[in-house]
Design a protein around this ligand. Sequence first.
Ligand code: ZN
Length: 334
Amino acid sequence: MKFGILYTPISLEHRPDGYHPENPGRLKRAVEGLKKAGLWKNVIEPEAVQEKELLRVHDGEYVELVKELGRSFDYLDPDTYVSPGTFNAARHAFGAVKKAVELVLDEKGLYLALVRPPGHHAGRKGRAFNAPTLGFCIFNNAAYAAKLLEGLTGKALVIDFDAHHGNGTQEILWNDSDVVHIDLHERDIYPGSGYEYEIGGKGAEGTKVNIPMPHYSGDDDYIYAWNEVVLPIVAQFKPDVIIVSAGFDGFHGDGLTTLRLSEVFYAYAGTTLARYPLTVVLEGGYSVGLEKGLPAFMAGYLSKERLEVPVHPSFETLNTVERIKEILGEWWEF
Ligand SMILES: [Zn+2]
């Protein structure tokens, strides 16, 4: 199985001026976790993309704003800082994604873009839909992967399992009927979107799939939704490449949400995708999720073992999944 990690220490140069959950220590924890699991290998240093690549997913004015604010230290909004190292780190994040996409097309297997700053809340002009802030994100790495793949191959599918809704990705791909975007996240938290009835713009209906999970959901709930909604859509769409917007803030105790996922869900998710080439892009995850969830997902994928996990989802999860099937049954068979 081909496998590689795109990583550069330049990602650490995007730094807060004081405590902030999105800080360089996150990548250090992720690297430690991968090392412990014996997965810190085939590390490739990506180059930065040229500025014009950013315009494939963002407006010029927004790109200029980020660049301008980063001349010193500043904030795009109360959640999201820009430091002097941000713009360069972000251009390298796009470079990591680009390299991961090229490698996955050539070699199949799994390529991880282990990057900061994260991206899935970043819309074309910054804040996406009615989100209050950019939620620590600068440029949308996963949407860039989707746009690259669209230019190179037929079918890309994005799965975002970060605990928060990938509203920026959804906004950028909203009217794009060629890219399927499936998003599992905790319901009714930041950024306030990602409901079942958000299914894509005119002409792209059914290509955007939102799975807003109940508070306190655990492995059983997530695996159930994964089996009932995610896997049937993946099997019917038959993507050439799957882009995983991989956030690990749903891990129990990671800190920002009420979700209670463990290695079991992430490993299971990995095993079920083993047949597909994967470009994995790091999103959130602020502590233990990076150390344990990320390696579990990677190891699951690489093991190729199909786990059979009996699940007992909550009543609320059963209801959520039922509603989604009703709404999306017009486009997908469940
Ligand atoms: Zn998140």
